[in-house]
Design a protein around this ligand. Structure first.
Ligand SMILES: [Zn+2]
Length: 465
């Protein structure tokens, strides 16, 4: 019989509508699967985890992270999006070696596990060579996390790859042969621990024939597309959805990242085509992409995932994203109400709730990542991807509303135990992985990359030889 683990007496926030929130229940895991969720399970011979009073949630899903940037964490705290393009993408990315990508992906994935993120969409636009692709995938695999490897394009020059040498759209194409090879030889299992997507640039950034090539490549490979749209006020990211519609390339299950400045008809295109959005609220507000339009997407029934985007500029856990979207979307709604009701007599209607936010960080994020059929909720039959949150901690206790405890009080320090695919990758606050060698590698990568950057930014520590 497969290994059996019984989590006893937890507050279970299942994110499965048929199961709901259970104030005192058990979860039985067999092998890689959840097999039962209810009060009073007995399972002879199972290893018992006493979770009395603790909260169990499905693992968080980070729906878009450029994990390769983990080695240059917080190098750009004050950057706007424009500054980011010219420094991170044009000065750091071309210097990345395969070992830098490996170190960053492994360290970034371990960071996720530590923070209770059990599924990571790795938006990997650092495919400078085939060896870079191998390094990215093996970094993810070694961590044990569930991930979607979103195969992207090389980042050897922003002008060539993002805008085109004449600034009228790139003529460069994703390496289709390499994508086909990875799909057939490494990532052919659509329910494996690492699955595949295509990370594309899209309309305005590329000539229409390049867009068509990349979208049709995704269709040929049978993988979802993930693409940045409507960010900042760049002319480039305006009306990208209209452009895709004109090309007849509005595919279902496409993830539209940021979406801050979509027009009304473009929102309708996302909804009608079965698309979804990935919002990175902390980054969007900090770097100037725009607001995270969660309330709009929610009203239209469009699945919302939260994402951390870049470790260069903000912290990469889902608690940060939940706080940012909860505060910003409510702040916007309050402001509208105040502006319309200057006498202050009307309370703000139609506010997003803490339960909306937790759903976006978990099951809806799983829908965006394309893994919801087998992960994202605490449901018998699904893979055991779940997190135990410590409620004894000084910042969490006492608990009254457990969703409030997770969304408004808890942080990474309260992530006690993390299961991915039935394996405890963190147990009683301690990661199963040995951190020594991966930390050394990512620090060495940082030293190399900082050394190749050119003139250091103000505030950086001196480069090590
Ligand atoms: Zn991004």
């Amino acid at each position: 019989m497969a290994d059996r683990i019984l989590i006893k007496n937890a507050i279970v926030l299942s994110q499965d509508d048929a199961i709901g929130e259970l104030p005192d229940a058990d979860i039985l895991i067999e092998g890689d699967k959840i097999v039962d969720v209810r009060p009073g399970i007995s399972a002879d011979g199972a290893e018992v985890i006493d979770a009395a009073g603790d909260i169990v949630i499905p693992g968080f899903v980070d729906t878009h992270r450029h994990t390769w940037e983990t080695s240059i964490r917080t190098s750009a705290p004050d950057y706007t999006l424009g500054a980011y393009f010219s420094a991170i993408l044009d000065k750091f990315a071309p210097n990345y070696r395969p070992e830098d990508v490996h170190a960053a992906n492994l360290w970034g994935a371990l960071e996720c596990i530590n923070a209770g993120i059990t599924t990571l969409v790795d938006w990997s636009h650092i495919m400078n060579t085939a060896a870079h692709a191998d390094a990215a995938i093996s970094g993810l695999q070694e961590s044990g996390i569930r991930s979607v490897f979103a195969f992207g394009f090389p980042n050897t020059s922003i002008q060539a790859w993002w805008f085109g040498m004449d600034w009228a759209g790139s003529t460069e194409r994703i390496d289709g042969d390499l994508a086909r090879k990875i799909r057939s030889q490494q990532l052919s299992d659509d329910r494996g621990l690492v699955t595949m997507a295509l990370a594309t640039r899209g309309t305005n950034f590329c000539k229409p024939e390049v867009v068509r090539y990349e979208w049709e490549l995704a269709k040929e490979l049978g993988v979802n597309i993930t693409v940045h749209v409507a960010m900042d006020r760049f002319g480039y990211t305006k009306m990208q959805l209209r452009g895709l519609k004109d090309l007849d390339l509005l595919y279902p299950n496409t993830t539209y990242i940021h979406s801050s400045h979509l027009l009304d008809d473009e929102w309708q295109m996302v909804a009608d085509s079965g698309g979804n959005v990935s919002l990175a609220p902390q980054i969007e507000m900090q770097m100037g992409h725009g607001w995270a339009p969660a309330a709009t997407a929610s009203k239209m029934g469009i699945p919302i995932g939260l994402s951390s985007d870049v470790a260069t500029t903000a912290s990469s856990d889902q608690f940060t994203q939940m706080h940012a979207v909860f505060a910003s979307e409510r702040a916007r709604r309050h402001q509208e109400t105040w502006d319309e009701n200057l006498d202050g007599t009307i309370d703000t209607p139609n506010l997003i709730t803490s339960r909306d936010v937790l759903r976006w960080a978990t099951i809806d994020g799983a829908r965006v990542a394309g893994v919801a059929d087998w992960s994202g909720s605490i449901t018998p039959g699904k893979k055991a991807d779940l997190v135990i949150i410590d409620t004894q901690a000084v910042n969490v206790s006492p608990v009254i509303d457990p969703v409030g405890a997770v969304v408004c009080a808890a942080d990474v320090s309260n992530v006690k135990t993390v299961f991915v695919n039935g394996k405890a990758l963190k147990r009683d606050f301690k990661l199963a992985a040995n951190l020594g060698a991966p930390r050394k590698a990512v620090e060495a990568s940082r030293d190399y990359l900082i050394g190749t950057f050119g003139t250091p930014e103000p505030g950086w520590l001196p480069a090590k030889a």
